[in-house]
Design a protein. Structure first.
Length: 532
């Protein structure tokens, strides 16, 4: 990096102090919102990860232990409340914004403020800073790893290598797709023109990084070896393999409906929705890097392009074979935010010359970010508006407490009718976890997904297993504990429940995101799960 003048150093320090104050202020507002003003209950994924945190282990069925360990820590401090589950999300978001700001400082004076602001304004990053999912910790680790990669690969710091491996390893405990980041870092490391730097460091640094990563990833490996590698089967199931965990009975294929003509545009559109107009600024920055030669700070910029490229390209390719989710490639936006900040700073430093697309994109980034950020705080108000109201996922975020109250009332009815203690079974693991959080006394709520019999002629198929199926206290095959008892049943179809109960009643008018409700009497167990 070229030596900076005293004026540039002073400007950079002012920008960094400003970003610090902004991040502290935004984080304080987010914490206050979650503590006193948030109207939304836990989403199904949040509740499921909370359920994990009550059963601490080395790893879990579909993910590493990072999210469960984090929630266990926060609920230990604040209790099993919605705030207790979510309190670390704004802190992860603050770490991400500050890390992006630090990346900006590598690109030029004053860039840190724009880079950090780009993260704070991106709709996807705002969401991950308010709800507790695997993405919050994963993104913070991704950003930290990129900073350490700069220290190790460009600045030549030997101690940064094992720290880089640790950052990737910690991110791996949250989300396995962080393994796409090293692909970009390796490409950058091997492609650098200054080969004498690689010769000076040798392979001891990368070896230390690999060793540190392996140590961090060890809990996942140990747990999977103990449990028969269910995570591998789960990942193979996503790929449609017959060795995966998704049932493959005739007539019960789980292939996504549609075609690449739909999935690819959807993928591209979801990236715009996740990042907002900042995405286009980041792409402009990446193009500038690829076209420039000999520019000061080009190595840092190229590192950021290499960090983003693998995950964005990988999921673009995936979109040719299946429908994706908007957050799958979100980590690619981390370093693009720094490049977007660099473009915005360049725009501010040059005189206006009429039409300025970069200036327009930055203005749109600010406006879209503020509107989206304020709107997501009260989506229940937006849901009342015409047209856009239908797109608001309000029911997903507010249904849990309401449904738990209705389930509790049905449990009281069953208790009065039968004189037996009822239990609750949900066809989906997320709803089961949500009911486990909100029902009084937090009872065990069972998940029947992999036990539901398939009736292909009716379009009814059993689902995949989940972490709940690995815990003995959630075992629906224990007839010595559950046999003969009544239950409230959520999801599935009446014909499926009739295989496990002596009598089943349909709850008229009960609709929960399309899932019907039933009352079951005299539990006899599902045929595939009855204990001998």
């Amino acid at each position: 990096m070229a030596e900076r003048t005293a004026a540039e150093v002073a400007m950079d320090r002012r920008a960094w102090r400003t970003l610090l104050l902004i991040v502290l202020g935004v984080t304080a507002v987010r914490l206050a919102y979650l503590a006193w003003f948030c109207p939304f209950g836990l989403a199904e994924d949040e509740a499921h990860y909370w359920e994990w945190s009550r059963h601490l282990d080395w790893s879990y069925y579909s993910k590493g232990p990072g999210i469960a360990w984090s929630i266990a820590l926060s609920t230990w401090a604040l209790g099993d409340t919605e705030l207790g589950v979510r309190v670390l999300a704004p802190l992860f978001g603050a770490a991400l914004a500050l890390a992006a700001g630090r990346m900006g400082r590598l690109l030029g004076p004053g860039v840190c403020l724009f880079a950090g602001a780009a993260v704070l304004l991106a709709p996807g990053f705002q969401i991950t800073s308010l709800i507790m999912t695997i993405d919050g910790g994963y993104l913070a680790c991704w950003a930290l790893a990129c900073l350490l990669a700069h220290r190790a690969m460009i600045e030549g710091s030997r101690p940064a290598w094992p720290l880089l491996g640790m950052a990737v390893g910690m991110g791996f405990l949250f989300k396995y797709t962080i393994l796409l980041l090293p692909l970009g870092l390796i490409a950058f490391w091997l492609a650098r023109r200054r080969g004498e730097h690689r010769a000076r460091v040798g392979w001891s640094g990368p070896a230390a990084a690999v060793g540190a990563f392996a140590l961090c990833a060890l809990p996942v490996v140990v747990w999977n070896a103990r449990e028969g590698f269910p995570t591998v089967r789960h990942l193979l199931g996503h790929l449609g393999s017959s060795m995966g965990d998704i049932p493959t009975e005739p007539g019960c294929g789980h292939a996504a409906k549609g075609s690449p003509l739909v999935w690819v545009p959807e993928y591209l559109g979801m990236q715009v929705a996740v990042a907002g107009p900042m995405l286009f600024l980041g792409i402009l920055g990446a193009v500038r890097v690829l076209r420039s030669h000999g520019e000061a700070g080009r190595d840092a910029r190229m590192l950021m392009v290499c960090a983003a490229a693998p995950i964005l390209v990988f999921y673009l390719l995936v979109s040719f074979v299946t429908r994706g989710e908007g957050n799958w490639a979100i980590a690619g936006m981390v370093t693009l935010a720094a490049l977007a900040g660099d473009e915005a700073r360049r725009m501010r430093s040059r005189p206006s010359r009429g039409f300025d697309p970069v200036g327009m994109l930055w203005t749109a980034t600010v406006i879209v970010g503020l509107v989206a950020g304020l709107g997501m705080l009260r989506m229940d108000w937006l849901a009342r508006l015409p047209v856009i109201g239908r797109a608001m996922p309000v029911e997903r975020m507010m249904r849990g407490p309401v449904l738990a109250q209705r389930v509790g009332e049905r449990m009281d009815e069953l208790r009065d009718r039968t004189g037996l203690e009822p239990f609750v079974v949900c066809e989906h693991y997320g709803r089961a976890s949500q009911m486990g959080f909100y029902l009084p006394g937090r009872p065990v709520v069972y998940c029947s997904s992999p036990l539901m019999p398939s009736f292909p002629e009716q379009g009814l198929c059993r689902g995949r297993p989940s972490q709940l199926d690995l815990w003995p206290d959630h075992d629906l095959g224990r007839l010595d504990r559950l046999g003969g008892r009544p239950a409230v049943l959520i999801g599935g179809h009446e014909s499926q429940w009739r295989t496990a109960f002596e009598r089943v009643e349909v709850l008229d008018g009960w609709r929960d995101k399309g899932r019907p409700g039933f009352l079951g009497y005299g539990f006899v167990g599902f045929p595939v799960a009855r204990t001998e």
